[in-house]
Write a protein that binds this ligand. Structure first.
Ligand code: CO
Length: 133
């Protein structure tokens, strides 16, 4: 079994401050980590839930993939981050199982993680991120 935890559930939002405020009022949730990932054109706020996170994600520029997702489908569930011990191993295993990789090799993610994205096509409609801490 290569999955060790659900790392995060990512939700694309237009207004990050409003979403943080909503999760705070609704659940008492506070921001554990906040980061702009320039290469992906996103700003994220991580709300810790046990050993996992709710990741609120907003675009920082119009041509970022998250901006396009919101434009196409509106706000909402964007991807699931699966925590793995070895991103390269999990990526190879997914490709062997028929997955279509977006990242051909593991790359740096936020929080100093190593990540790789898998296309929803071929993965039952879910954008998957493999996350190695
Ligand atoms: Co993510």
């Amino acid at each position: 079994m290569l999955l060790t935890e659900i790392d995060h559930v990512a939700i694309a939002v237009r207004d990050l401050e409003a979403a943080i405020d909503y999760y705070h009022r609704a659940f008492g949730a506070t921001v554990d980590h906040r980061e702009v990932v320039e290469s992906d054109g996103v700003e994220e706020a991580l709300l810790k839930v046990a050993d996992s996170y709710v990741q609120l994600l907003t675009p920082t520029r119009d041509d970022s993939p998250v901006a396009k997702a919101i434009e196409k489908r509106g706000e909402g569930l964007h991807h699931i981050g699966y925590r793995v011990a070895d991103c390269a191993e999990a990526l190879a295993s997914m490709i062997a199982a028929g997955a279509t990789p977006i990242d051909k090799a593991p790359r740096p993610g936020s929080r100093g993680t190593t990540v790789a994205f898998i296309h929803p096509k071929g993965s039952f409609g879910t954008l998957i991120e493999l996350v190695q801490e």
